[in-house]
Ligand binder design. Structure first.
Ligand SMILES: *Cc1c(COP(=O)(O)O)cnc(C)c1O
Length: 838
């Protein structure tokens, strides 16, 4: 039974249209050999691992290209049966897709691992070494981008007619290097060796304008005359299903100038001048802005967002007209989903295209837009909600601003009628921040979240607590105006990548016990629950974990030179470095443990290896300071002979999908320790538990639903709850009181402040210490004692291998709900289906 059968008759129909026979290995062998010959013709080195990887990728790409064409034909015919409810095609707009590597996934999906293993062996190479030569497609920051990648996998698996839309960043975000314990950012040149996966679509091109002015024709119609014109060209990246021949598409846009060089300027000899447009267009393709701390940076970011939205919507309209001839059915047959507010220009651009380019009237265009658009919010921090200075916005997108003003005018009229006399409410919910208060120097700004909410028929959060808090806090006013618009859809991860692919040994152990269907229907994992006490199963879990830990220990040695003991408890925190995620709390605990070991080296310590990885935004000084502290502490702890392997602290550089796939299967303990009420969902938490790590976590994000699914007694839950945090802050929280009354904590803070880890330099961490003793926004001091006490419980349980193993099985058994297949089935049911339009 496929997930979509239970969730959506619409998508099930699509799945059943396809058979699941694999292409004949002979066909692949031929494609592979042909591609290999092409590679060898270009390579002076012979059949290197790179050449084999690229040849395998090209061969897969050919097969996937055929599946793509079949999938598109089936989807285009989806309106042909009048007896069936029409199926909507989903357009998932996201500035980020954190895809990782593709070859391993493609081989598994196409059922070709075995035959390529042989083909590689014939060239004297083994499969894992060849797979490792592929660069990660790291076109994103973190969780939000990885979620989009998991969704593409589930779109294919569920047979959902869909397009993911993004930008083709040439240098991803950045690659993280560590120099003298500090993060250094370098361009991530992932396309250097070519991109064997992408299918360029030279015929799929759309013009995108910027700047200029709006002209009014004699009949009163308005027309935008942009000053700068770019062309968006499509590159497709195809994502296969594992249990059908369906595929999903990531269509990425690449910008070029309409007129690549100014020929007159060139003839005058003014070469830089001649290339100006080209360089300006190309800048859109460089990087995903990791931070926007400068004005030119911000402007480029807005251009990237507008570029993504305009090209994608023109593509949608073009396809819809080809398939259905008329725009009247556009809203009924297409869903446009906004992954956070980065693509929130979409409703304004769709209105512009319908009104100005296709001559539709406002009311119909607005009805279509509302039907099509839906929005996922990913943050509860008001300062993280995207806004744009009205001036910059008007200069780049004058016609869009007019449309936003009109949407706002009509919206505020409605609110005025609904809540007469409440002027403060109008100011709070307006799409325009009039700037009459703090911050941003009083300038007027466009509020992208407000636009996304007003233009959507559904808005969702990403975990139960987050969705609840979303309507109680940042979007409380909108929830009052639009009751029924707000929903929850809890995140999930794809079991294909995050168990089958990253942990083949554990997958086999699970297969032996409950069969293989969990790959398609993760809820099958609950069948492990009654087996949790089975000694043989616990032993198998243990030996798989041990082998994965040895593999990671070897990688740690190669990357950092640090020798770690695979028998120690692997305690792992890998995610973006952010104050709210509290890597600092983790490091404080490491220091406390270090001091305790030194004070009492002969006590019965449970040896631990603490692993941290993650990138800090390049302008986020506090996050960078935390990375430096991790290195400073690691250097002292790891070289102290009194400590030995009782404690090690390792920072693994350049966190990304492939590194996560190595680390997660080797983790014993998963650190999910954000301040309650700050982590929207988390998906790292799910990957760890799915791979048999136990979680130490706060009552936050999806940790809560995970604890409820597996039994709260199977998670190490600690710390303040959301309501405690709010209460304490309201009463006036003083972190110093916690430090004064906790000797261990005081020693930790004193050591950092006194320069114990910075060669006596007391200034290096002054800001960091001041933040902890001053506002301590994320309540580390208040949570420290409970965190440390809970870590002692972790130590005690780890000593009892059988009890620990039983819990590991129960963790895996409880994770059935957290598949992105279930998440997408819920989106289809509640957000994207015709039914959800009411
Ligand atoms: C899963 C994942 C994330 C998200 O991790 P969180 O712990 O949920 O923040 C970020 N980056 C990568 C590479 C991931 O695989």
């Amino acid at each position: 039974m496929t997930v979509c059968t239970t969730a959506s008759p619409e998508t099930a129909a699509m799945n059943n249209n396809t058979s699941s026979s694999s292409p004949a290995p002979a066909e692949l062998q031929a494609a592979f050999q042909a591609a290999l010959q092409r590679e060898l013709a270009q390579s002076s080195e012979g059949p290197t691992r790179e050449a084999l990887m690229r040849a395998a990728a090209s061969a897969c790409r050919e097969l996937l290209g055929q599946r793509w064409a079949t999938t598109q034909r089936a989807d285009a015919a989806r309106g042909d049966d009048p007896a069936k409810a029409p199926v909507r095609r989903v357009h998932y707009l996201s500035m980020e897709f954190l895809m990782g590597r593709a070859l391993g996934n493609a081989l598994a999906a196409l059922g070709l691992d075995a035959s390529l293993r042989e083909a590689f062996a014939a060239e004297g190479q083994n499969l894992p070494d060849v797979l490792e030569r592929e660069s990660d497609a790291a076109l994103g920051n973190g969780g939000l981008g990885r979620l989009a990648a998991c969704f593409l996998d589930s779109f294919a698996e569920l047979g959902l007619p869909s397009f993911g839309y993004g930008l083709r960043y040439q240098y991803g975000m950045f690659a993280q290097r560590i120099q003298d314990g500090r993060q250094v950012e370098v361009p991530d040149d992932w396309l250097r060796l070519g991109q064997p996966w992408e299918l360029p679509r030279p015929d799929v091109r759309y013009p995108v304008g910027f700047g200029g002015r709006v002209e009014v024709d004699a009949d009163g119609s308005r027309r935008w005359v942009p000053a700068e014109r770019l062309v968006a060209q499509a590159f497709d990246f195809i994502v296969p299903a594992h249990h059908s021949e369906r595929v999903s598409t990531l269509r990425q846009w690449h910008a070029t100038a309409e007129a690549p060089i100014d020929f007159n300027a060139f003839c005058r000899g003014a070469h830089p001048q001649a290339a100006k447009h080209r360089v300006s267009a190309d800048a859109l393709n460089w990087v995903l802005y990791p931070d926007d701390s400068t004005d030119p940076g911000r402007e480029l970011r807005l251009k990237q967002e507008a570029f993504l939205v305009s090209a994608s919507l023109q593509d949608l309209i073009h396809r819809h007209l080809r398939e259905f001839r008329s725009l009247h059915s556009l809203g009924k047959l297409n869903a446009i989903h906004l992954n956070d507010t980065h693509p929130a220009l979409a409703p304004a651009e769709l209105m512009r295209l319908l009104l100005d380019e296709h001559g539709m009237g406002w009311d119909e265009a607005w009805a279509i837009t509302r039907q099509a658009v839906s929005y996922t919010n990913h943050t509860l921090m008001p300062e993280a909600l995207e806004t744009w200075p009205l001036q910059m916005f008007e200069a780049l997108l004058p016609r869009h601003l007019e449309i936003i003003f009109e949407i706002n005018h009509r919206f505020l009229e409605q609110v005025r009628a609904q809540f007469p006399g409440d002027e403060a409410l109008l100011a709070r919910v307006s799409l325009i921040d009039e700037g009459g208060h703090h911050g941003h120097g009083g300038e007027r700004r466009v509020r992208m979240a407000a636009l996304a909410i007003v233009a959507s028929h559904r808005v969702n959060g990403v975990a139960a607590l987050h969705s609840e808090l979303m309507v109680q806090t940042i979007f409380a006013d909108y929830a009052k105006i639009f009751p029924g618009r707000f929903h929850n859809v809890t995140n999930g991860v794809t079991p294909r990548r995050w168990l089958q692919q990253c942990n083949p040994a554990l997958s086999s152990v699970i297969d032996e016990r409950i069969g293989k269907t969990w790959r398609q229907d993760l809820s099958q994992l609950s069948k492990l629950k009654p087996l949790a006490g089975d000694t043989a199963l616990i032993q198998q879990f243990r030996s798989v974990k041990r082998a994965n830990k040895e593999r990671l220990a070897e990688l740690i040695r190669r990357e950092t030179g640090i020798a770690v003991n695979p028998d120690s408890l692997f305690d792992v925190q890998i995610k973006r470095i952010h104050e709210y995620k509290r890597q600092l709390l983790n490091i404080l605990h490491v220091i406390a443990r270090y001091q305790a070991i030194v004070a009492n080296p002969n006590a019965d310590w449970t040896p631990r290896t603490v692993v941290i990885a993650g990138k800090a935004a390049s302008a986020y000084q506090m996050a960078k300071s935390i990375i430096r502290l991790a290195h400073d502490v690691g250097r002292i702890v790891n070289s102290d002979a009194r400590v030995g392997d009782k404690l090690k602290l390792v920072f693994m550089p350049n966190y990304g999908v492939s590194l996560a796939e190595m680390i997660i299967p080797a983790a014993d303990l998963s650190e999910q320790i954000s301040t309650a009420g700050t982590e929207a969902s988390g998906t790292g938490n799910m990957k760890f538990s799915l791979n048999g790590a136990l979680t130490i976590g706060t009552w936050d994000g999806a940790n809560i639903e995970m604890a409820e699914a597996m039994g709260t007694e199977n998670m190490f839950v600690f710390g303040l709850k959301t309501e405690d945090v709010a209460k304490m802050k309201a009463l006036g929280y003083d972190p110093r009181l916690y430090v004064e009354e906790n000797r261990a904590l005081k020693n930790v803070i004193d050591a950092i402040a006194g320069g114990a880890f910075s060669g006596g330099d007391a200034s290096r961490y002054r800001q960091l210490v001041d933040a902890l003793l001053g506002r301590d926004t994320y309540m580390l001091m208040a949570d420290f004692a409970d965190y440390a006490a809970t870590q002692s419980k972790v130590d005690a349980l780890y000593k009892d291998a059988r009890a620990w193993g039983e819990r590991a099985v129960l963790n895996v058994a409880g994770m059935g709900w957290f598949s992105s297949d279930r998440t997408i089935a819920e989106y289809v049911e509640r957000v994207w289906s015709v039914k959800s339009l009411g």
